[in-house]
Design a protein. Structure first.
Length: 141
């Protein structure tokens, strides 16, 4: 159980924000909601999940949306899921997809894939943060 969820910048706080973004990403699309905006929240969920793991390991959490870069910062030997190899594809939703006219429209299947990747990242990060906290190798919670 994460006891520091309310402490700003803590792993639990990063996960709380990741889960919030994941909920927004998984929303049902309506006429007024664009897939680009839903995919933005999928990217944000994955980004914040990775940042939770970095914080858990006492690593600096950089201000970047580049998921490949964040993955490169993860501790050596930390296992990731096979699906996480595709996480960097979400980076395109961080900025460029949110500006009209610069990219082709996003299809439903792209949104569905983005949500699956984000769900995988948040689930993985939750396990990483929980294991690190429970086995005593993380900072006291």
């Amino acid at each position: 159980m994460l006891h520091d969820a309310a402490e700003p910048g803590s792993p639990g706080d990063w996960l709380r924000h990741a889960r919030s973004d994941l909920e927004r990403a998984a929303m049902r699309k309506t006429r007024a909601i664009l897939y680009a905006h839903l995919c933005f929240h999928a990217q944000q969920a994955a980004e914040k999940a990775l940042k939770a793991v970095l914080a858990t390991h006492g690593l600096r959490v950089p201000k970047t949306h580049d998921i490949a870069y964040l993955m490169d910062l993860l501790p050596a030997g930390l296992s990731i899921t096979p699906a996480m190899l595709d996480l960097p594809t979400l980076t395109k939703y961080a900025v460029q997809q949110r500006y009209p006219g610069e990219n082709p429209p996003i299809a439903r299947r792209h949104h569905a894939r983005a949500v699956l990747l984000a769900e995988d990242a948040v689930t993985w990060a939750t396990r990483c943060v929980g294991v690190r906290t429970q086995n005593g190798r993380g900072k006291p919670r």
